[in-house]
Design a protein around this ligand. Structure first.
Ligand code: FES
Length: 253
C-alpha cells in the first residue's frame, strides 16, 4: 500500500512524503487498520474523498496540500467511530491524555503519556460554591462549565403540528453516558421563544450563549455533545464546528 490510488496525496517518485512526523503516523495508522481488516483500502479511499469533497463544500479546499493530513485524520476519526473501534469519548480522552503529557513534560525530554492520567470528568470537577438562602441555611452548589436547554415546548418536536421530531432520548442518554454531568447540566425546557425555527436548543458554555435551530436527528445530538466535550477537554471556547455553524443563530442583542 503506497497510496498511489489516493488523489491529492502529497508524494514524490518514491512514495508519500510527509511534512511532519504526525502525518506519517496518521498515514501508517490507516494502512495498519486496513491491513488488519477493519476496513478495505477502497473504503478508506471513498471516506477520504468524501471528507475532501465536504471541505470543498465548506469553502475549505486544500489548495496547496498543506491541509491534506488534517482531512486524513478527520477521516480516520470518523471511520474508527463508524467501525466501533473508538468512539468520540475515547478519542477525546486520548487527546486530553496527550495534551496533559505535553503540559507535564520538561523541555527537551520525550513526551510520554502519564500512566495515572484519567480524564474522567471527576478529574477536573467543577468547584463548589456556598450560597446562603433567605432562611439563613447555607448550601453548596456546583459552579459548572455549561448548560444545555432543549426546547420541548409548544412547537419543537410537535410532529402533530408539522414540526420535525425531537431526538430527546438521545440528548438524555448521551448526557448520562458521556459522564459530563458534574460539569455540564441538561434541562428539557418549555418554549424558548423562536418557535418557527424548531427544533431549537440553547447552549451556554463558559459564559457564552449559542442558539441552534433544526436540531432534528440523533447525529445532531452527537455533534452538539462532541462540541461540548471538546470545550470541556480543552477548557477553551472553540469555534462552532462547520456542521453546526449553518444552524447557529443570534437571539440576543
Ligand atoms: S416551542 Fe421551541 S422555541 Fe417555542
Amino acid at each position: 500500500m503506497n497510496g498511489s490510488d489516493l488523489p491529492g496525496l502529497p508524494r514524490d517518485e518514491n512514495g508519500p512524503v510527509f511534512a511532519e512526523p504526525w502525518q506519517a503516523q496518521a498515514f501508517a495508522l490507516a494502512v495498519r487498520l486496513s491491513a488488519q481488516g477493519h476496513f478495505t483500502w477502497k473504503e478508506w479511499a471513498e471516506a477520504l474523498a468524501a471528507e475532501l469533497a465536504a471541505a470543498v463544500e465548506r469553502d475549505e479546499a486544500d489548495e496547496d496540500g498543506s491541509e491534506y493530513y488534517h482531512h486524513w485524520v478527520a477521516t480516520l476519526e470518523k471511520l474508527v467511530a463508524a467501525k466501533g473501534l473508538a468512539g468520540p469519548p475515547e478519542l477525546f480522552e486520548r487527546k486530553a491524555a496527550w495534551a496533559d503529557a505535553f503540559r507535564h513534560t520538561p523541555h527537551g525530554q520525550p513526551v510520554q503519556l502519564r500512566p495515572d492520567f484519567r480524564i474522567s470528568y471527576a478529574y477536573r470537577q467543577s468547584p463548589l460554591h456556598r450560597v446562603t438562602r433567605e432562611d439563613g441555611i447555607s448550601k453548596e452548589i456546583r459552579v459548572q462549565d455549561g448548560h444545555l436547554f432543549i426546547c420541548n415546548g409548544c412547537c419543537c418536536g410537535r410532529t402533530d403540528k408539522g414540526f420535525p421530531a425531537l431526538p430527546l432520548d438521545d440528548f438524555k442518554k448521551q448526557w448520562k453516558k458521556r459522564g459530563i454531568r458534574r460539569r455540564f447540566h441538561l434541562t428539557i425546557s418549555g418554549c424558548l421563544g423562536p418557535c418557527t425555527l424548531a427544533n431549537v436548543i440553547l447552549l451556554q458554555m463558559h459564559g457564552r450563549t449559542m442558539w441552534f435551530h433544526s436540531i432534528n436527528h440523533p447525529s445532531d445530538v452527537d455533534l452538539i455533545y462532541n462540541y461540548v466535550e471538546r470545550m470541556l477537554v480543552d477548557e477553551t471556547d472553540n469555534e462552532i464546528p462547520a456542521e453546526l455553524a449553518t444552524r447557529h443563530f443570534q437571539r440576543y442583542i
